[in-house]
Ligand binder design. Structure first.
Ligand SMILES: Cc1cc2nc3c(=O)[nH]c(=O)nc-3n(C[C@H](O)[C@H](O)[C@H](O)COP(=O)(O)OP(=O)(O)OC[C@H]3O[C@@H](n4cnc5c(N)ncnc54)[C@H](O)[C@@H]3O)c2cc1C
Length: 264
């Protein structure tokens, strides 16, 4: 087994979430390793196939179209259809953070990188009975998710601190290492050779996508209030986003919740 260090942060998954996090961490001078089960040519994950639309609140594009939005209004709309339970402390905090920071952390973060937005926001997820977005907030980028990912990957490769970045492809993460009850790294095996590997890092960021790459898992987690899971389901998720890393997090008593919240 090969031992590798010294990274400040190990990121499991090189999709949009993992790559965005890596860019931020490099900006802060940290040493980062991205570990992905997929091959290098698929770097960027599912977003390479995506449309590139995102919910943003109180943007210049909305103002151009005389749509008045605010974090307060967006949060009310979010709560109207999120079906939060009293136990959903973190999801509620996430909603609040998102509505307050979507312009700074997404719109203003992407624009200088050369990502432009279609000048009309669209109105999706209005809800069948009025719950949902009460105004248009769905901002679509020019060039689809493929352009977004090519831009972010270029940014990563040409980052002034790119020397602090290591990318390992064809590496499947199987478990998280605990030492003295603290995270100490990850373990796994090479996708093609099955050779075991271990990476030490004091922080592990899990960005391995959802669970929907495994249709049996989708059926297992199916929300019973939607009726029974259909026998045949078309898989539009990343093939490796199968919930295995969620299980690894659970194995070390990590808090994994709301797997039944799938977008159908
Ligand atoms: C056709 C289509 C259109 C879409 N349109 C939109 C849209 O307009 N707006 C929107 O917001 N979303 C859209 N989506 C959804 C969006 O693309 C995804 O939600 C998003 O890309 C997920 O990014 P992620 O980084 O979380 O995960 P992923 O892109 O799934 O990346 C996960 C990565 O983790 C790796 N991985 C998984 N398990 C392991 C393991 N055990 N070890 C190592 N690596 C592992 C995978 O190889 C993968 O590279 C669309 C999706 C599709 C298919």
């Amino acid at each position: 087994m090969s031992r590798n260090s010294p990274y400040d942060v190990a990121i499991v998954g090189g999709g949009l979430a993992g790559i965005s996090a890596a860019l931020e961490l490099l900006d802060h001078g940290l040493k980062v390793v991205i570990i992905d089960r997929d091959s290098e040519q698929n770097f960027g994950g599912l977003a390479n196939e995506s449309l590139g639309g995102m919910t943003l609140i109180n943007t210049p594009v909305q103002r151009l179209n005389r749509i008045q939005d605010s974090p307060g209004r967006a949060l009310r709309d979010w709560h109207s259809f999120a079906q939060f339970s009293e136990h959903d402390e973190w999801p509620k905090k996430w909603a609040e953070l998102y509505v307050n920071r979507s312009v700074d952390d997404i719109y203003n973060w992407l624009k200088p990188k050369g990502i432009n937005f279609f000048p009309i926001p669209h109105w999706v997820e209005r809800g069948e009975f009025g719950e949902g977005n009460s105004i248009p907030r769905y901002h679509i980028i020019w060039g689809t998710g493929l352009h977004l990912m090519r831009t972010l990957i270029d940014e990563l490769r040409n980052h002034p601190k790119a020397i602090n970045l290591t990318c390992l492809f064809d590496h499947r993460v199987e478990s998280l290492i605990l030492q003295n009850r603290a995270i100490a790294g990850i373990q796994g095996s090479h996708e093609k050779t099955s050779q075991a590997f271990e990476i030490e890092a004091p922080i592990v960021l899990v960005a391995s996508g959802g669970i929907n790459g495994d249709i049996n898992r989708v059926k297992q987690e199916w929300d019973k209030s939607w009726s029974d899971a259909p026998q045949h389901i078309l898989n539009g998720a990343h093939r490796y986003a199968d919930g295995a890393v969620h299980d690894a997090v659970r194995e070390i008593d990590g808090n994994v919740t709301n797997l039944h919240q799938m977008w159908k």
